[in-house]
Design a protein around this ligand. Structure first.
Ligand SMILES: Nc1ncnc2c1ncn2[C@@H]1O[C@H](COP(=O)(O)OP(=O)(O)O)[C@@H](O)[C@H]1O
Ligand SMILES: O=P(O)(O)OC[C@H](O)CO
Length: 504
């Protein structure tokens, strides 16, 4: 058998291809950022064709750097930014509109309309999610209602919907020439349309949204052969054998396979996933219920999730919108130029507040300002905001699960930041642990693909690959921790009730 697995990680800011060996070590990487399109306040789009072009290029980069060909690749795994909705014409392969990204809040009026009949909890028992702009469902509705001709074409069966896993899979397996239109249970669980018990699309919910079932991909497990790459791909004939939404993939890559295990990923947003095993747990504290993974015919694993919309993207905002840093890494140097936050608290409710608050009416606020506060304090407040938001989510997990997490496994781009992770340990009061392979998202997709084709034998085989790289131990005294948390919670209250009909 070939010696490597290739994972495609189609993320919010970039697309990557990463080649892994049997030990789960990175052999080579290709990466390209794509344009973030902000047509109006609150709107966020990507160009699906740019994403597909970049995917092809990064595959070439990753193979080229390691001098590999398709013959060296045993299988391909796909992982992706979740919820982001692409709708395209099945006969031409052309998207009818840009991808509407998970952070986009334009569909609030559609949410309100659907909620009129029973509040945002209307479908929650069945799908595990509150009605919110975050999930794919209302984004599809927006496209059907706002793109000329889309509704008619969809009713005629000519349009397909997919999250970006499906978009990549369909194109990779041939597109208009017989592309496979499928997704996995984890991605399907983020649409609002999948019943958590049956793991199938629910016709009543689809009728309530007015979305034709013919647009939707087939729901498959996270680890099985979906198809092979088509003849135009560098990977032609290679099986595509794993799909997981990126946060579930990171959980899998962290080897958090069993109930009670968790991870927190620090990327564009932060996402804490807590494995609840074969049990569907409904949160009383603002967490989502989602699918963790499903390997072929084996039982499904569910999870609780704390999704935070803005964390790493706040650092990008300091770089791109304020210009006070020139790279994300520089935020650490700037934050270290001061001893503390100088009294400033930054609540980045740029897309409203996600877990555990779910307040679409919130908008960002920087509070506690005096003439003393300088850009170092603002950088510090931004990093602290990432950790405070995570603490809010950990509190919710502990309350729902009736436990106290004793340590937090972390990964993602922002875990390169030592100051952030020390503050995270301090404000949580438990150790924070980072594995050697911080690219756990791609690794999880590689694992799912490798299991399906026998490259790895079983979960024990994978768990052996997990290795600790570094650990941050709490050192803040309790009184200081309590003071900071109290001020943070006060700052959160200042962001609420901001959006009304007159304000974007
Ligand atoms: N040293 C750093 N300190 C803080 N944030 C960082 C640092 N390096 C990268 N980031 C943030 O991490 C994010 C990128 O992480 P990544 O895991 O690649 O994200 P994604 O998968 O969401 O595209 C960016 O939002 C960036 O601002
Ligand atoms: O692409 P990321 O890492 O920002 O992840 C996005 C999440 O999947 C959104 O739910």
């Amino acid at each position: 058998m070939a010696d490597y697995i290739l994972a495609i990680d189609q993320g919010t800011t970039s697309s990557r291809a990463i080649v892994f060996d049997k030990r789960g070590s990175i052999v080579s990487t290709g990466q390209l950022e794509h344009e973030q399109i902000f047509p109006k306040a609150g709107w966020v789009e990507h160009d699906p064709k740019e994403i597909w072009r970049n995917t092809g290029e990064v595959i070439g980069q990753a193979l080229g750097k390691a001098n590999l060909t398709r013959h060296d690749i045993a299988a391909v795994g796909i992982t992706n930014q979740r919820e982001t909705a692409v709708v395209w014409d099945r006969t031409t392969g052309e998207p009818v509109y840009n991808a509407i990204v998970w952070q986009d809040t334009r569909t609030q009026s559609i949410v309100d309309r659907l909620a009129a009949d029973g509040g945002v909890e209307r479908f929650k028992q069945q799908v595990g999610l509150p009605l919110a702009t975050y999930f794919s469902g209302t984004k599809i509705v927006w496209i059907l209602e706002n793109v000329p001709g889309a509704r008619e074409k969809a009713e005629a069966g000519d349009l397909l919907f997919g999250t970006t896993d499906t978009w990549v899979l369909w194109n990779l397996t041939g597109g208009v020439d017989g592309g496979v239109h499928a997704t996995d249970v984890t991605n399907a669980s983020r649409t609002m349309f999948m019943d958590l018990e049956t793991l199938q699309w629910d016709d009543e919910i689809l009728a309530a949204f007015g979305v034709p079932r013919s647009m939707l991909p087939e729901i498959r497990s996270s680890s099985e052969v979906y198809g092979v790459a088509n003849e135009h791909s560098l990977l032609r004939e290679t099986p595509i054998a794993g799909i997981l939404g990126d946060q579930q993939a990171a959980t899998f890559g962290q080897a958090a396979f069993e109930a009670g295990e968790a991870k927190n990923t620090y990327g564009t947003g932060n996402f804490l996933i807590f494995n609840t095993g074969e049990e569907i747990v409904h949160s009383k504290n603002g967490l989502l219920t989602t699918v963790g993974y499903k390997l072929g015919d084996q039982p499904v694993h569910y999870a609780l999730e704390g999704s935070i919309a803005v964390t790493g993207s706040l650092i990008q905002w300091l770089r791109d919108n304020l210009g006070i840093i020139s790279s994300a890494a520089e935020v650490e140097t700037l934050a270290k130029s001061v001893d503390d936050n100088g009294g400033a608290y930054f609540v980045p409710a740029f897309s409203g507040l996600f877990a555990p608050y779910w307040r679409p009416d919130a908008r960002g606020a920087l509070v506690g300002l005096t003439r003393y506060v300088n850009k170092g304090h603002i950088a510090r407040a931004a990093l602290e905001a990432i950790a405070f938001q995570t603490r809010d989510v950990v509190e919710a997990v502990n309350a729902d699960a009736g436990i106290d997490l004793t340590e937090l496994r972390v990964d993602g781009g922002a875990t390169a930041n030592d100051t952030l992770l020390q503050f995270q340990a301090d404000i949580l009061g438990v150790p924070v642990v980072r594995p050697v392979v911080a690219e756990t998202t791609a690794l999880g997709a590689a694992y799912a693909a490798g299991l399906a084709v026998g490259f790895w034998a079983d979960l024990d085989d994978l768990a052996k690959n997990w290795q600790e790289d570094r650990r941050w131990t709490p050192s803040m005294d309790d009184a200081e921790q309590a003071r900071l948390v109290r001020n943070w919670k006060k700052a959160v209250t200042k962001t609420l009730d901001w959006v009304d009909d007159d304000v974007l």
